[in-house]
Design a protein around this ligand. Structure first.
Ligand code: F0G
Length: 449
C-alpha cells in the first residue's frame, strides 16, 4: 500500500489532536473517541494559484478523473494514489439560477441558485462521498463494508461497493425508508437488514458490527467520505464564475454535508484561495430538530473545539427518558443523534451559520414549488427552500443576496410522498389527478373546465 505523506488523520478534539496515517481505517479517534479529520500537508501538494485554474480540466474530460465532479478537484482531496481512485461519473450536477423558486421565497430575480445533486449515479449527493471513501477502502484492502441509512447512503454504498467488488451490508430502520431508495439497495445487491428501530438505533448497531466483524464503515463518521462531499462547494463556486455566494443552505440530518462544507471553506480560506467564507443555514425538520434545539435554545457552540459535552449528553439523556423517536415526512433527515454534531458546530463557526427547523407541511409545499419550476427533488432537499422562506421573512437573508441551496436528492426517490401530497390535496400546490370517463366529449369538457 502507498500511504501518501501529504495527508494524515487527526482527532478534532484540541485536547487530544492525535494523528494517524491514512493507511489505517478507523471511524473514531482510538485515543479519545472523538471524530477524525483528514488533514493535509499543503506544502507537499500541487495547488492551483487561483481557483479558476481548475477550469482547464474541462478540456481533458476524456480522462475519467477529470470527468469526475469529485476528482476534478483532487488537489484538495489528496489522500491516495491515482490507482485507487474510484469514479463512476459522480458530480455531473446542475447549478441552476431559478427565478421561479426565487419568487416563492421573496428573493430578487438572479439571486437564487439550486445546486442539484439528484443527477448523481445513484440519484443523491452521497455519491460524492462514496467515490472518495471507496478509494480509501481499496487503498486499505477492505473486502466488505456496511452502513446505517435512511436510504440514500445505502443506495449509494451498494452502487459503489458493487462496482468495487466489495460485499455490502446495509442497516435500515424498519418501515423508515422511502421506496425508491430501498429498491436501489435491493437491486444493487446489498444484503439489507431491516432493524426494528429508527436510524439512530441502526447507527449504533452498525458501529458495533463493523468493529466486531472488521467491516469498512461508510457512514459520514468516515472522514474520507466528507472529503468527497467538499466538492459540492467547489462546484457551486465554479458555477458562480469562481466566486463565493453569500449563503449556502443545506438540510441537516446526520450533519455530514454541513460539516464537510465548513471544512471546504476553512481550507480554501487558509490557502488564500477565497477571501471570505459564505454564511451557512442548516435546516432541520421540526420532528427531528436536535441541532436547532442545541444551537438555538441551549446555545451550544464550537468554542474552539472545547464543546460543552455536558449539554449534549443531558439533551440525549432526556430524549432517552422520553423514549423519543424522531418523525418527519422527510425520512432522509429523520435523525435525532447526529454523529457529526461537533464538526457541524465548527462549520457554523467558520461560516457564521444559522439553524432553523421547518414543518412537514412547509417542506411538502416547498418541494412542490421546486418541482413545478424545473428540478424535482426529495422532501429533505426541499427543507432548504422552506428554511430560506423563514430566513427571508425574518430579514436574515437579504432579497439581493446570492444564495445557493443544495438539493440533495432526486424527486423519484420518494414517489409515494409526492403522489399522496397531490392526490390527497394536502397542500397549497396539490395537483390531483382527475377521474375521467372513457368518452371524448366528457374528456374535452374536463380539459376546458
Ligand atoms: N438530504 C438527503 C436526500 C439525505 O439522504 C440526507 C442524509 C440528508 C439530506 C442529510 O444529510 O446527514 O449530511 O446532514 N441521508 C443519510 C442516509 C443519513 O442514510 O441516506 P447529512
Amino acid at each position: 500500500m502507498t500511504v501518501l505523506d501529504a495527508a494524515y488523520q487527526q482527532c478534532i478534539n484540541p485536547d487530544c489532536a492525535a494523528q494517524f496515517d491514512c493507511g489505517q481505517s478507523m471511524f473514531k479517534c482510538p485515543k479519545c473517541g472523538d471524530l477524525l479529520d483528514i488533514r493535509y500537508n499543503w506544502d507537499k501538494i500541487e495547488l492551483p494559484r487561483k481557483l479558476s485554474d481548475l477550469s482547464k480540466r474541462w478540456a481533458t474530460r476524456n480522462n475519467k478523473l477529470d470527468f469526475s465532479g469529485v476528482w476534478r478537484f483532487r488537489n484538495f482531496i489528496n489522500f491516495c494514489d491515482d490507482k485507487f481512485k474510484v469514479t463512476i461519473g459522480e458530480g455531473q450536477t446542475i447549478f441552476q439560477q431559478n427565478d421561479g423558486v426565487a419568487g416563492y421565497v421573496d428573493m430578487k430575480p438572479g439571486c437564487l441558485h439550486l445546486q442539484y445533486e439528484g443527477m448523481n449515479p445513484s440519484g443523491s449527493f452521497k455519491d460524492n462521498g462514496m467515490s472518495a471513501a471507496f478509494s480509501h477502502a481499496l487503498m486499505v484492502g477492505a473486502k466488505s463494508c456496511a452502513c446505517a441509512s435512511t436510504g440514500n447512503t445505502s443506495a449509494s454504498m451498494a452502487l459503489y461497493g458493487h462496482s468495487c467488488g466489495l460485499k455490502c451490508i446495509v442497516f435500515i430502520g424498519s418501515g423508515r425508508i422511502a421506496y425508491g431508495k430501498l429498491s436501489q439497495a435491493l437491486e444493487y445487491g446489498a444484503q439489507t437488514l431491516q432493524i426494528q428501530g429508527d436510524f439512530d438505533d441502526c447507527m449504533k448497531q452498525v458501529q458495533d458490527v463493523c468493529l466486531q466483524l472488521g467491516l469498512y464503515l461508510l457512514n459520514s463518521l468516515n472522514p474520507f467520505r466528507l472529503e468527497g462531499q467538499k466538492t459540492i462547494m467547489y462546484r457551486i463556486i465554479e458555477g458562480l464564475g469562481w466566486e463565493v455566494p453569500d449563503w449556502i443552505i443545506v438540510p441537516g440530518g446526520n450533519l455530514g454535508n454541513s460539516s464537510s462544507f465548513g471544512k471546504a471553506f476553512l481550507e480554501l480560506k487558509e490557502l488564500g484561495l477565497i477571501k471570505k467564507a459564505p454564511r451557512m443555514a442548516i435546516i432541520n425538520a421540526t420532528g427531528a430538530d436536535t441541532l436547532t434545539q442545541l444551537v438555538n435554545n441551549k446555545k451550544l457552540t464550537w468554542n474552539n473545539g472545547k464543546i460543552n459535552k455536558k449539554v449534549v449528553n443531558e439533551f440525549y439523556a432526556d430524549l432517552t427518558a422520553k423514549k423519543f423517536s424522531p418523525h418527519t415526512c422527510a425520512s432522509a433527515i429523520e435523525i435525532s443523534r447526529p454523529v457529526n454534531l461537533s464538526k457541524c458546530l465548527r462549520a457554523i463557526d467558520v461560516c457564521n451559520g444559522v439553524v432553523r427547523a421547518v414543518t412537514d407541511e412547509e417542506i411538502c409545499d416547498a418541494k412542490a414549488v421546486i418541482g413545478r419550476y424545473g428540478l424535482g427533488c426529495e422532501p429533505a432537499s426541499a427543507a432548504t427552500i422552506a428554511g430560506l422562506k423563514h430566513l427571508r421573512a425574518e430579514g436574515i437573508v437579504g432579497a439581493n443576496e446570492r444564495v445557493a441551496c443544495v438539493l440533495t436528492g432526486h424527486v423519484l426517490k420518494d414517489p409515494n410522498l409526492t403522489v399522496n401530497y397531490h392526490k390527497d390535496k394536502k397542500g397549497q400546490f396539490s395537483n390531483p389527478p382527475i377521474e375521467a370517463p372513457n368518452n371524448l366529449d366528457e374528456i374535452i369538457k374536463l380539459i376546458r373546465s
